[in-house]
Design a protein around this ligand. Structure first.
Ligand SMILES: [Zn+2]
Ligand SMILES: [Zn+2]
Length: 319
């Protein structure tokens, strides 16, 4: 299975500001020694070794994940603004000729998970086929509503690709071609659903958005089937621990320490901290990742085998 991250930001798209770019350039130049900038090759080598918060960005697009199964089937999970760049890539392939087929899973219909749909170019090409899957019974109505003419000039019906909607159950397996899907209701205002994809021996679990509080942790065994033995877990870690337990209770999101506890308990191999807070810049996110790694090393209950990444737009995982 191959998983590519196209959108990792929570709540609202967050473009880099001019001031942020200037700050990155100043930090980079401040670190450079004369030998680092003596040739184009040395500049490239120097830049490639800078930390991501100086040389680049974790990304500002809202949630969208591409999954390619071993059989070559395409799954798209959530349709935040990240789906726009995915759409540009797909248009270079069979989707540009109207021969594309993809399954789309929507965790829920908060704006940051559907706002890319009106700008997803493959939906404007007749012949492409998109099958939408979700436990949400009125999903089609909600998508149609987003593109009423008071909100957008092109209605969803007038996008010429073929769109079909399928409601799938929770706490049970659904089968699409060669893969097994298992969905689970997550604690989140207005409800959201996590999805587990099993492709042969490879397991990918996606849970955005979710707020795991002390209540859920007490009953965490209810989630065992959903999380168990995942090769890759994308988990909502929008807040710091302080925010999640004191300042932003019931806002619908979790922290990295809760994500780590759950990942470790259920034998997850790699945890990706995801759905970044829009108010946090790249340096803050790098600091949160460092804190998360410290937490895993000092907490004896956390498995030594668990590895952690901060979700980064454009990154690909194959397992
Ligand atoms: Zn969200
Ligand atoms: Zn949400």
């Amino acid at each position: 299975m191959k998983v590519k991250l196209w959108g990792v930001r929570g709540s609202i798209p967050t473009p880099l500001t001019s001031a942020a770019i200037e700050s990155k350039i100043i930090q980079a130049l401040s670190l450079a020694k004369p030998g680092d900038i003596s040739s184009e090759e040395s500049v490239r080598s120097f830049v490639s070794e800078l930390p991501i918060f100086i040389r680049g960005t974790y990304g500002g697009n809202t949630t969208c994940i591409e999954v390619e199964t071993t059989a070559g089937d395409l799954f798209i999970i959530d349709c935040g603004s990240g789906i726009i760049n995915l759409g540009k890539e797909l248009m270079k392939r069979e989707f540009g000729r109207g021969h594309g087929v993809a399954s789309i899973f929507l965790s829920h219909t908060h704006w940051d998970h559907i706002q890319g749909i009106p700008f997803f170019a493959p939906l404007y090409v007749a012949g492409n086929r998109f099958n939408f899957y979700s436990p949400i019974p009125d999903l089609e109505d909600r998508i149609l509503y987003q593109q009423k003419n008071t909100h957008f000039p092109v209605s969803f019906e007038r996008m010429p690709a073929t769109k079909r909607f399928f409601q799938i159950g929770t706490d049970e397996y659904s089968y699409i071609n060669d893969v097994k899907l298992y969905t689970k209701l997550m604690p989140h205002p207005g409800n959201a659903y996590g999805i587990r994809i099993e492709d042969g021996d490879s397991i990918f679990v996606y849970t955005s958005d979710c707020e795991f509080t002390i209540n859920e942790i007490e009953d965490i065994q209810n989630y065992e089937q959903f999380f168990a033995d995942a090769d890759l877990l994308l988990f909502d870690s929008q807040y710091t621990f302080q925010e999640s337990v004191i300042e932003k209770i019931s806002w619908g999101h979790s922290s990295s320490s809760i994500a780590i506890d759950i990942a470790s308990k259920f034998n997850v191999k790699k945890l990706i901290l995801f759905h970044h807070e829009p108010n946090y810049d790249d340096e803050k996110l790098s600091g949160l990742l460092a804190n998360a790694k410290t937490y895993t090393s000092v907490n004896k209950k956390v498995s030594d085998d668990l590895t952690i990444d901060m979700a980064e737009e454009g990154k690909v995982y194959e397992f």
